[in-house]
Design a protein around this ligand. Structure first.
Ligand code: NAI
Length: 472
Protein backbone atom coordinates (compact mmCIF):
# COMPACT_ATOMS: atom_id res chain seq x y z
CA UNK A 1 0.00 0.00 0.00
CA UNK A 2 1.33 3.46 -0.94
CA UNK A 3 1.35 6.03 1.84
CA UNK A 4 1.89 9.58 0.64
CA UNK A 5 4.54 11.39 2.69
CA UNK A 6 5.98 13.83 0.21
CA UNK A 7 3.98 15.92 -2.25
CA UNK A 8 5.21 18.18 -5.03
CA UNK A 9 2.85 20.59 -6.74
CA UNK A 10 3.96 21.87 -10.15
CA UNK A 11 2.40 25.33 -10.65
CA UNK A 12 2.13 27.89 -7.82
CA UNK A 13 -0.93 29.69 -9.17
CA UNK A 14 -4.47 30.34 -7.99
CA UNK A 15 -5.10 26.60 -7.71
CA UNK A 16 -1.73 25.00 -6.87
CA UNK A 17 -0.90 27.57 -4.15
CA UNK A 18 -4.08 27.45 -2.03
CA UNK A 19 -4.82 23.75 -2.65
CA UNK A 20 -1.45 22.46 -1.58
CA UNK A 21 -1.07 25.01 1.22
CA UNK A 22 -4.29 23.59 2.68
CA UNK A 23 -2.97 20.02 2.35
CA UNK A 24 0.12 21.11 4.33
CA UNK A 25 -2.10 22.83 6.90
CA UNK A 26 -4.31 19.80 7.37
CA UNK A 27 -1.60 17.11 7.11
CA UNK A 28 1.44 18.03 9.21
CA UNK A 29 2.94 14.62 8.51
CA UNK A 30 3.19 15.34 4.76
CA UNK A 31 5.94 17.53 3.31
CA UNK A 32 4.48 19.74 0.57
CA UNK A 33 6.71 21.56 -1.91
CA UNK A 34 5.08 23.92 -4.40
CA UNK A 35 7.25 24.71 -7.42
CA UNK A 36 7.02 27.13 -10.29
CA UNK A 37 9.27 28.37 -13.10
CA UNK A 38 8.24 31.93 -12.32
CA UNK A 39 10.84 33.23 -9.83
CA UNK A 40 8.86 36.40 -8.99
CA UNK A 41 5.81 34.33 -8.08
CA UNK A 42 7.84 32.01 -5.84
CA UNK A 43 9.56 35.00 -4.20
CA UNK A 44 6.12 36.45 -3.46
CA UNK A 45 4.93 33.15 -1.94
CA UNK A 46 8.00 33.30 0.32
CA UNK A 47 7.36 36.95 1.30
CA UNK A 48 4.87 38.79 3.52
CA UNK A 49 2.78 39.81 0.46
CA UNK A 50 1.49 36.66 -1.20
CA UNK A 51 1.05 36.78 -5.01
CA UNK A 52 -2.70 36.20 -4.82
CA UNK A 53 -5.41 37.54 -2.55
CA UNK A 54 -7.79 35.03 -0.98
CA UNK A 55 -9.54 35.46 2.36
CA UNK A 56 -7.86 33.14 4.91
CA UNK A 57 -4.90 32.23 2.67
CA UNK A 58 -2.28 34.18 4.64
CA UNK A 59 -3.19 32.42 7.89
CA UNK A 60 -2.76 29.00 6.24
CA UNK A 61 0.52 29.81 4.48
CA UNK A 62 2.13 31.72 7.34
CA UNK A 63 1.25 28.89 9.73
CA UNK A 64 2.95 26.11 7.72
CA UNK A 65 5.61 27.83 5.58
CA UNK A 66 9.12 26.63 6.47
CA UNK A 67 7.67 23.73 8.51
CA UNK A 68 6.04 21.30 6.06
CA UNK A 69 5.22 23.80 3.29
CA UNK A 70 7.88 25.07 0.89
CA UNK A 71 7.91 27.24 -2.24
CA UNK A 72 10.82 26.92 -4.66
CA UNK A 73 11.90 27.13 -8.28
CA UNK A 74 13.98 23.98 -7.86
CA UNK A 75 11.45 21.93 -9.79
CA UNK A 76 13.70 18.90 -10.36
CA UNK A 77 14.63 18.35 -6.72
CA UNK A 78 11.01 18.55 -5.63
CA UNK A 79 9.94 16.07 -8.34
CA UNK A 80 12.67 13.64 -7.33
CA UNK A 81 11.72 13.74 -3.66
CA UNK A 82 7.97 13.39 -4.10
CA UNK A 83 5.83 10.26 -4.06
CA UNK A 84 2.85 12.19 -5.43
CA UNK A 85 2.97 15.10 -7.88
CA UNK A 86 0.08 17.46 -8.59
CA UNK A 87 0.24 19.04 -12.04
CA UNK A 88 -1.48 22.36 -11.50
CA UNK A 89 -0.21 24.39 -14.43
CA UNK A 90 -2.22 26.78 -16.57
CA UNK A 91 -4.32 25.43 -19.46
CA UNK A 92 -5.40 28.61 -21.27
CA UNK A 93 -7.36 28.76 -24.51
CA UNK A 94 -5.05 28.28 -27.51
CA UNK A 95 -4.18 31.58 -29.18
CA UNK A 96 -2.85 30.22 -32.47
CA UNK A 97 -2.79 27.08 -34.60
CA UNK A 98 -5.31 24.26 -34.76
CA UNK A 99 -8.28 24.94 -32.48
CA UNK A 100 -7.19 28.54 -31.79
CA UNK A 101 -9.74 30.42 -29.70
CA UNK A 102 -11.42 27.20 -28.57
CA UNK A 103 -9.14 24.33 -27.61
CA UNK A 104 -7.10 24.20 -24.40
CA UNK A 105 -3.41 24.89 -24.84
CA UNK A 106 -1.81 21.80 -23.35
CA UNK A 107 1.78 22.94 -23.86
CA UNK A 108 2.27 23.63 -20.12
CA UNK A 109 0.82 20.23 -19.18
CA UNK A 110 3.12 18.57 -21.67
CA UNK A 111 6.13 20.58 -20.48
CA UNK A 112 5.52 19.61 -16.86
CA UNK A 113 4.89 15.96 -17.76
CA UNK A 114 8.10 15.71 -19.79
CA UNK A 115 10.04 17.25 -16.91
CA UNK A 116 8.64 14.66 -14.50
CA UNK A 117 9.58 11.84 -16.90
CA UNK A 118 13.10 13.20 -17.36
CA UNK A 119 14.06 13.76 -13.75
CA UNK A 120 12.10 11.13 -11.79
CA UNK A 121 14.31 8.43 -10.32
CA UNK A 122 11.55 6.58 -8.45
CA UNK A 123 7.91 5.64 -9.09
CA UNK A 124 5.35 8.45 -8.77
CA UNK A 125 1.65 9.07 -8.63
CA UNK A 126 1.04 11.90 -11.09
CA UNK A 127 -2.18 13.82 -10.52
CA UNK A 128 -3.89 16.07 -13.07
CA UNK A 129 -5.13 18.99 -10.99
CA UNK A 130 -5.39 21.35 -13.96
CA UNK A 131 -8.64 21.39 -15.93
CA UNK A 132 -7.99 19.43 -19.11
CA UNK A 133 -9.93 17.99 -22.05
CA UNK A 134 -11.25 14.47 -21.68
CA UNK A 135 -8.52 11.84 -22.28
CA UNK A 136 -5.54 14.11 -21.52
CA UNK A 137 -4.36 11.53 -18.97
CA UNK A 138 -3.77 9.16 -21.87
CA UNK A 139 -1.34 11.61 -23.49
CA UNK A 140 0.40 12.13 -20.16
CA UNK A 141 0.78 8.39 -19.72
CA UNK A 142 2.28 8.01 -23.21
CA UNK A 143 4.80 10.79 -22.54
CA UNK A 144 5.74 9.42 -19.11
CA UNK A 145 6.15 5.85 -20.31
CA UNK A 146 8.11 6.81 -23.43
CA UNK A 147 10.56 8.98 -21.52
CA UNK A 148 11.13 7.13 -18.30
CA UNK A 149 13.92 4.66 -17.71
CA UNK A 150 14.47 1.57 -15.61
CA UNK A 151 11.92 0.17 -13.26
CA UNK A 152 10.06 3.41 -12.65
CA UNK A 153 6.28 3.20 -12.69
CA UNK A 154 3.82 6.09 -13.06
CA UNK A 155 0.16 6.03 -12.03
CA UNK A 156 -1.97 8.84 -13.35
CA UNK A 157 -4.96 10.21 -11.50
CA UNK A 158 -7.44 12.93 -12.34
CA UNK A 159 -8.31 15.14 -9.37
CA UNK A 160 -9.92 18.30 -10.77
CA UNK A 161 -10.25 21.27 -8.46
CA UNK A 162 -13.67 22.74 -7.73
CA UNK A 163 -12.66 25.68 -5.54
CA UNK A 164 -14.05 29.09 -6.43
CA UNK A 165 -11.76 32.11 -6.27
CA UNK A 166 -12.76 34.44 -3.45
CA UNK A 167 -13.84 31.49 -1.29
CA UNK A 168 -10.94 29.13 -2.08
CA UNK A 169 -9.89 28.43 1.51
CA UNK A 170 -13.45 27.90 2.70
CA UNK A 171 -14.09 25.58 -0.26
CA UNK A 172 -10.88 23.63 0.35
CA UNK A 173 -11.57 23.24 4.09
CA UNK A 174 -15.09 22.05 3.44
CA UNK A 175 -15.49 20.81 -0.15
CA UNK A 176 -18.86 19.61 -1.48
CA UNK A 177 -16.88 16.72 -2.92
CA UNK A 178 -13.40 15.64 -3.87
CA UNK A 179 -13.29 13.80 -7.17
CA UNK A 180 -10.56 11.27 -7.93
CA UNK A 181 -10.52 9.43 -11.24
CA UNK A 182 -8.24 6.48 -11.95
CA UNK A 183 -7.78 3.68 -14.41
CA UNK A 184 -9.72 0.78 -12.96
CA UNK A 185 -6.64 -1.47 -12.69
CA UNK A 186 -5.23 -2.73 -9.35
CA UNK A 187 -2.39 -0.15 -9.56
CA UNK A 188 -4.78 2.66 -10.55
CA UNK A 189 -7.12 1.84 -7.68
CA UNK A 190 -4.20 1.67 -5.20
CA UNK A 191 -3.06 5.15 -6.31
CA UNK A 192 -6.64 6.44 -6.04
CA UNK A 193 -6.83 5.09 -2.48
CA UNK A 194 -3.50 6.71 -1.57
CA UNK A 195 -4.71 10.15 -2.69
CA UNK A 196 -8.11 9.64 -1.05
CA UNK A 197 -6.26 8.98 2.22
CA UNK A 198 -4.57 12.38 1.96
CA UNK A 199 -7.94 14.12 1.68
CA UNK A 200 -9.68 12.09 4.37
CA UNK A 201 -7.35 13.68 6.90
CA UNK A 202 -10.02 16.40 6.94
CA UNK A 203 -12.71 15.62 4.34
CA UNK A 204 -15.46 13.15 5.36
CA UNK A 205 -15.07 9.88 3.45
CA UNK A 206 -18.52 10.08 1.87
CA UNK A 207 -17.50 13.29 0.09
CA UNK A 208 -14.62 11.60 -1.71
CA UNK A 209 -15.96 10.35 -5.04
CA UNK A 210 -13.96 7.82 -7.01
CA UNK A 211 -14.63 7.32 -10.72
CA UNK A 212 -12.87 6.22 -13.85
CA UNK A 213 -10.34 8.66 -15.31
CA UNK A 214 -12.46 9.92 -18.17
CA UNK A 215 -15.54 10.59 -16.05
CA UNK A 216 -13.42 12.65 -13.70
CA UNK A 217 -11.86 14.73 -16.49
CA UNK A 218 -15.23 15.33 -18.14
CA UNK A 219 -17.01 16.11 -14.85
CA UNK A 220 -14.89 19.23 -14.31
CA UNK A 221 -15.73 20.62 -17.76
CA UNK A 222 -19.36 19.61 -17.27
CA UNK A 223 -19.65 21.28 -13.85
CA UNK A 224 -18.23 24.57 -15.11
CA UNK A 225 -20.36 24.48 -18.25
CA UNK A 226 -23.52 23.89 -16.18
CA UNK A 227 -22.67 26.65 -13.71
CA UNK A 228 -22.04 29.10 -16.54
CA UNK A 229 -25.22 27.91 -18.25
CA UNK A 230 -27.26 28.94 -15.19
CA UNK A 231 -25.73 32.41 -15.30
CA UNK A 232 -26.42 32.75 -19.02
CA UNK A 233 -29.99 31.51 -18.46
CA UNK A 234 -30.74 34.13 -15.82
CA UNK A 235 -28.94 36.79 -17.87
CA UNK A 236 -31.08 35.93 -20.89
CA UNK A 237 -34.13 36.35 -18.66
CA UNK A 238 -32.76 39.70 -17.40
CA UNK A 239 -33.16 41.12 -20.92
CA UNK A 240 -36.80 39.99 -20.96
CA UNK A 241 -37.30 41.51 -17.50
CA UNK A 242 -36.00 44.89 -18.61
CA UNK A 243 -38.36 44.85 -21.58
CA UNK A 244 -41.45 43.78 -19.66
CA UNK A 245 -41.25 45.10 -16.12
CA UNK A 246 -40.60 41.71 -14.53
CA UNK A 247 -37.86 41.91 -11.88
CA UNK A 248 -35.01 39.46 -12.39
CA UNK A 249 -34.33 39.08 -8.65
CA UNK A 250 -37.97 38.17 -8.09
CA UNK A 251 -37.92 35.72 -11.01
CA UNK A 252 -34.68 34.15 -9.74
CA UNK A 253 -36.10 33.82 -6.25
CA UNK A 254 -39.36 32.29 -7.48
CA UNK A 255 -37.51 29.80 -9.70
CA UNK A 256 -34.83 29.05 -7.10
CA UNK A 257 -37.42 28.06 -4.49
CA UNK A 258 -38.13 25.02 -6.66
CA UNK A 259 -36.01 22.39 -4.95
CA UNK A 260 -35.30 20.82 -8.34
CA UNK A 261 -33.58 24.06 -9.38
CA UNK A 262 -32.09 25.46 -6.17
CA UNK A 263 -31.22 29.08 -5.57
CA UNK A 264 -27.48 29.24 -6.27
CA UNK A 265 -25.94 30.75 -9.42
CA UNK A 266 -29.15 32.51 -10.36
CA UNK A 267 -27.86 36.05 -9.85
CA UNK A 268 -28.12 38.15 -12.98
CA UNK A 269 -25.08 40.28 -13.78
CA UNK A 270 -23.11 42.03 -16.45
CA UNK A 271 -21.75 38.60 -17.41
CA UNK A 272 -19.49 35.96 -15.96
CA UNK A 273 -15.71 36.31 -16.03
CA UNK A 274 -12.77 34.47 -14.53
CA UNK A 275 -10.15 32.24 -15.99
CA UNK A 276 -12.32 29.13 -16.11
CA UNK A 277 -15.90 29.42 -17.33
CA UNK A 278 -15.26 30.80 -20.81
CA UNK A 279 -12.18 28.66 -21.34
CA UNK A 280 -13.84 25.46 -20.17
CA UNK A 281 -17.02 25.98 -22.19
CA UNK A 282 -14.99 26.66 -25.33
CA UNK A 283 -12.96 23.59 -24.50
CA UNK A 284 -16.17 21.53 -24.29
CA UNK A 285 -17.40 23.03 -27.56
CA UNK A 286 -14.13 22.07 -29.23
CA UNK A 287 -14.25 18.58 -27.77
CA UNK A 288 -17.84 18.12 -29.03
CA UNK A 289 -16.84 19.34 -32.49
CA UNK A 290 -13.86 16.97 -32.56
CA UNK A 291 -16.16 14.12 -31.61
CA UNK A 292 -18.39 15.07 -34.56
CA UNK A 293 -21.26 16.18 -32.34
CA UNK A 294 -22.16 19.56 -33.91
CA UNK A 295 -25.54 19.93 -32.17
CA UNK A 296 -23.90 19.40 -28.78
CA UNK A 297 -21.18 21.90 -29.66
CA UNK A 298 -23.79 24.47 -30.73
CA UNK A 299 -25.74 23.99 -27.50
CA UNK A 300 -22.79 24.81 -25.24
CA UNK A 301 -21.50 27.57 -27.53
CA UNK A 302 -24.72 29.48 -26.89
CA UNK A 303 -23.82 29.80 -23.18
CA UNK A 304 -20.70 31.69 -24.21
CA UNK A 305 -22.45 33.74 -26.92
CA UNK A 306 -25.12 34.91 -24.49
CA UNK A 307 -22.40 36.05 -22.07
CA UNK A 308 -20.78 38.21 -24.76
CA UNK A 309 -24.22 39.60 -25.64
CA UNK A 310 -24.91 40.52 -22.02
CA UNK A 311 -21.73 42.62 -21.77
CA UNK A 312 -22.43 44.41 -25.06
CA UNK A 313 -26.07 44.97 -24.09
CA UNK A 314 -24.95 46.71 -20.89
CA UNK A 315 -22.53 48.96 -22.76
CA UNK A 316 -25.23 49.88 -25.29
CA UNK A 317 -27.65 50.71 -22.48
CA UNK A 318 -25.07 53.02 -20.88
CA UNK A 319 -24.33 54.83 -24.12
CA UNK A 320 -27.97 55.24 -25.14
CA UNK A 321 -28.92 56.49 -21.66
CA UNK A 322 -26.14 59.08 -21.72
CA UNK A 323 -27.83 60.71 -24.75
CA UNK A 324 -26.12 58.41 -27.26
CA UNK A 325 -22.61 59.64 -26.62
CA UNK A 326 -19.99 59.18 -23.92
CA UNK A 327 -17.24 61.03 -25.80
CA UNK A 328 -15.27 63.16 -23.32
CA UNK A 329 -17.54 62.08 -20.49
CA UNK A 330 -16.08 60.73 -17.26
CA UNK A 331 -17.26 57.21 -16.50
CA UNK A 332 -16.44 55.88 -13.04
CA UNK A 333 -16.00 52.12 -13.01
CA UNK A 334 -16.23 50.55 -9.55
CA UNK A 335 -14.53 47.18 -9.55
CA UNK A 336 -12.10 45.60 -11.97
CA UNK A 337 -11.68 42.06 -10.57
CA UNK A 338 -13.90 39.43 -12.15
CA UNK A 339 -15.69 38.94 -8.84
CA UNK A 340 -15.43 40.16 -5.26
CA UNK A 341 -12.78 38.97 -2.80
CA UNK A 342 -10.14 38.28 -5.43
CA UNK A 343 -7.56 40.38 -7.24
CA UNK A 344 -7.86 38.13 -10.30
CA UNK A 345 -8.89 40.00 -13.46
CA UNK A 346 -8.76 37.21 -16.03
CA UNK A 347 -11.72 37.55 -18.45
CA UNK A 348 -13.27 40.16 -16.16
CA UNK A 349 -16.32 41.89 -17.66
CA UNK A 350 -14.65 45.17 -16.65
CA UNK A 351 -12.05 44.67 -19.38
CA UNK A 352 -14.64 44.39 -22.17
CA UNK A 353 -16.67 47.31 -20.85
CA UNK A 354 -13.75 49.68 -20.35
CA UNK A 355 -12.25 48.87 -23.75
CA UNK A 356 -15.60 49.79 -25.29
CA UNK A 357 -15.75 53.03 -23.26
CA UNK A 358 -12.24 53.93 -24.43
CA UNK A 359 -13.26 53.22 -28.06
CA UNK A 360 -16.09 55.72 -27.55
CA UNK A 361 -13.50 58.23 -26.30
CA UNK A 362 -14.77 58.45 -22.76
CA UNK A 363 -12.43 59.07 -19.85
CA UNK A 364 -12.63 56.11 -17.48
CA UNK A 365 -11.87 56.44 -13.77
CA UNK A 366 -11.31 53.04 -12.21
CA UNK A 367 -11.27 51.91 -8.60
CA UNK A 368 -10.81 48.37 -7.31
CA UNK A 369 -9.77 47.54 -3.76
CA UNK A 370 -7.46 44.63 -4.65
CA UNK A 371 -6.29 44.76 -8.26
CA UNK A 372 -2.74 46.05 -8.84
CA UNK A 373 -2.58 49.17 -11.03
CA UNK A 374 -0.09 47.64 -13.43
CA UNK A 375 -2.46 44.70 -13.96
CA UNK A 376 -5.18 47.12 -15.09
CA UNK A 377 -2.86 48.76 -17.63
CA UNK A 378 -1.77 45.36 -18.93
CA UNK A 379 -5.34 44.09 -19.27
CA UNK A 380 -6.47 47.15 -21.23
CA UNK A 381 -3.46 47.37 -23.53
CA UNK A 382 -3.70 45.64 -26.92
CA UNK A 383 -0.24 44.09 -27.38
CA UNK A 384 -0.53 44.09 -31.16
CA UNK A 385 -1.54 47.74 -31.51
CA UNK A 386 1.21 50.39 -31.63
CA UNK A 387 0.90 53.09 -28.94
CA UNK A 388 -1.93 51.18 -27.27
CA UNK A 389 -0.37 51.54 -23.81
CA UNK A 390 -0.02 55.32 -24.26
CA UNK A 391 -3.62 55.55 -25.42
CA UNK A 392 -4.78 53.61 -22.37
CA UNK A 393 -2.76 55.82 -20.03
CA UNK A 394 -4.40 58.88 -21.56
CA UNK A 395 -7.90 57.41 -21.38
CA UNK A 396 -8.01 56.09 -17.84
CA UNK A 397 -7.20 57.15 -14.31
CA UNK A 398 -6.74 54.57 -11.61
CA UNK A 399 -8.07 55.91 -8.34
CA UNK A 400 -7.41 55.07 -4.71
CA UNK A 401 -11.03 55.27 -3.57
CA UNK A 402 -14.55 55.02 -4.96
CA UNK A 403 -15.09 58.69 -4.05
CA UNK A 404 -12.09 59.78 -6.09
CA UNK A 405 -13.24 57.76 -9.10
CA UNK A 406 -16.78 59.16 -8.93
CA UNK A 407 -15.76 62.81 -8.51
CA UNK A 408 -16.97 64.84 -11.50
CA UNK A 409 -18.23 61.67 -13.19
CA UNK A 410 -21.20 61.67 -15.54
CA UNK A 411 -21.96 58.05 -14.75
CA UNK A 412 -20.98 55.44 -12.18
CA UNK A 413 -20.88 51.82 -13.31
CA UNK A 414 -20.74 48.99 -10.76
CA UNK A 415 -18.92 46.08 -12.35
CA UNK A 416 -17.69 44.00 -9.37
CA UNK A 417 -19.89 43.18 -6.39
CA UNK A 418 -17.40 44.21 -3.67
CA UNK A 419 -19.21 44.62 -0.32
CA UNK A 420 -17.68 48.07 0.06
CA UNK A 421 -19.81 49.33 -2.88
CA UNK A 422 -23.12 48.37 -1.24
CA UNK A 423 -25.68 51.09 -0.47
CA UNK A 424 -24.91 51.00 3.26
CA UNK A 425 -21.12 50.91 2.83
CA UNK A 426 -20.58 53.92 0.53
CA UNK A 427 -21.94 57.41 1.09
CA UNK A 428 -23.94 57.70 -2.13
CA UNK A 429 -25.20 61.16 -1.16
CA UNK A 430 -21.58 62.38 -1.14
CA UNK A 431 -20.97 60.66 -4.49
CA UNK A 432 -24.08 62.27 -5.97
CA UNK A 433 -23.12 65.72 -4.69
CA UNK A 434 -19.75 65.52 -6.45
CA UNK A 435 -21.01 64.24 -9.83
CA UNK A 436 -22.12 66.01 -12.98
CA UNK A 437 -25.91 66.20 -13.31
CA UNK A 438 -27.91 64.35 -14.33
CA UNK A 439 -26.01 61.75 -12.28
CA UNK A 440 -26.36 58.29 -13.81
CA UNK A 441 -25.73 55.05 -11.97
CA UNK A 442 -25.59 51.66 -13.70
CA UNK A 443 -25.55 48.59 -11.49
CA UNK A 444 -24.21 45.56 -13.32
CA UNK A 445 -24.33 43.39 -10.18
CA UNK A 446 -27.76 44.04 -8.64
CA UNK A 447 -25.97 45.31 -5.57
CA UNK A 448 -27.82 48.53 -4.88
CA UNK A 449 -31.19 49.65 -3.60
CA UNK A 450 -32.52 51.59 -6.59
CA UNK A 451 -35.38 53.27 -4.67
CA UNK A 452 -32.98 54.77 -2.10
CA UNK A 453 -30.65 56.02 -4.81
CA UNK A 454 -33.50 57.55 -6.80
CA UNK A 455 -34.52 59.42 -3.65
CA UNK A 456 -31.04 60.98 -3.61
CA UNK A 457 -31.52 62.05 -7.21
CA UNK A 458 -29.60 59.43 -9.21
CA UNK A 459 -30.92 58.17 -12.55
CA UNK A 460 -30.54 54.46 -11.90
CA UNK A 461 -30.37 51.46 -14.24
CA UNK A 462 -30.06 48.01 -12.74
CA UNK A 463 -29.62 44.92 -14.88
CA UNK A 464 -32.87 42.96 -15.14
CA UNK A 465 -35.01 45.74 -13.69
CA UNK A 466 -37.25 48.16 -15.47
CA UNK A 467 -37.69 51.70 -14.20
CA UNK A 468 -41.42 51.42 -14.90
CA UNK A 469 -41.85 48.20 -12.92
CA UNK A 470 -44.91 48.20 -10.73
CA UNK A 471 -46.88 50.46 -13.06
CA UNK A 472 -49.87 49.11 -14.95
P1 NAI B 1 -2.13 30.11 -12.94
O1 NAI B 1 -1.75 30.66 -14.26
O2 NAI B 1 -2.45 31.03 -11.82
O3 NAI B 1 -0.93 29.17 -12.41
C1 NAI B 1 -0.25 28.22 -13.17
C2 NAI B 1 1.21 28.28 -12.80
O4 NAI B 1 1.88 27.19 -13.42
C3 NAI B 1 1.94 29.54 -13.29
O5 NAI B 1 2.48 30.23 -12.18
C4 NAI B 1 3.04 29.01 -14.23
O6 NAI B 1 4.24 29.74 -14.15
C5 NAI B 1 3.21 27.60 -13.71
N1 NAI B 1 3.82 26.68 -14.68
C6 NAI B 1 3.48 26.46 -15.98
N2 NAI B 1 4.26 25.50 -16.51
C7 NAI B 1 5.11 25.09 -15.53
C8 NAI B 1 6.14 24.12 -15.46
N3 NAI B 1 6.45 23.34 -16.50
N4 NAI B 1 6.82 23.97 -14.30
C9 NAI B 1 6.51 24.74 -13.22
N5 NAI B 1 5.52 25.67 -13.22
C10 NAI B 1 4.83 25.84 -14.36
O7 NAI B 1 -3.34 29.10 -13.20
P2 NAI B 1 -4.48 28.66 -12.16
O8 NAI B 1 -5.57 29.65 -12.12
O9 NAI B 1 -3.84 28.20 -10.89
O10 NAI B 1 -5.06 27.39 -12.93
C11 NAI B 1 -4.33 26.17 -13.02
C12 NAI B 1 -5.27 25.10 -13.54
O11 NAI B 1 -6.35 24.90 -12.62
C13 NAI B 1 -5.92 25.45 -14.88
O12 NAI B 1 -6.05 24.29 -15.63
C14 NAI B 1 -7.30 25.94 -14.47
O13 NAI B 1 -8.26 25.73 -15.48
C15 NAI B 1 -7.60 25.07 -13.28
N6 NAI B 1 -8.54 25.63 -12.32
C16 NAI B 1 -8.50 26.95 -11.98
C17 NAI B 1 -9.37 27.46 -11.05
C18 NAI B 1 -9.31 28.90 -10.67
O14 NAI B 1 -10.22 29.34 -9.97
N7 NAI B 1 -8.32 29.66 -11.08
C19 NAI B 1 -10.37 26.62 -10.38
C20 NAI B 1 -10.29 25.24 -10.76
C21 NAI B 1 -9.43 24.79 -11.71
Amino acid sequence: MVVVKNICCVGAGYVGGPTCAVIAYKCHHIKVTIVDLNQARIDAWNSDKLPIYEPGLEEVVFDRRGKNLFFTTDVDAAIQEADLIFVSVNTPTKKAGLGAGMAADLAYIEGATRRIAEVATSSKIVVEKSTVPCRTAESMRTILEANSTGEIHFDILSNPEFLAEGTAIKDLFNPDRVLIGALQTPEGIAAQTALAEVYTNWVPEDRVITTNLWSSELSKLAANAMLAQRISSINALSAICEATGADVDEVAYACGRDTRLGSKFLKASVGFGGSCFQKDILNLVYLSTQLNLPEVAEYWKQVYTLNEYQKKRFVKKIISTLFNTITNKRIAVLGFAFKKDTGDTRESAAITLIKDFIQEQAHVAIYDPKVEHEQIYMDLTEPTVADSRKQVEKSISICSSAYEACKDADAVVIVTEWDEFKSDALDYQKIYDNMHKPAFLFDGRLLLDAAELRKIGFKVHIIGKNELAGTA
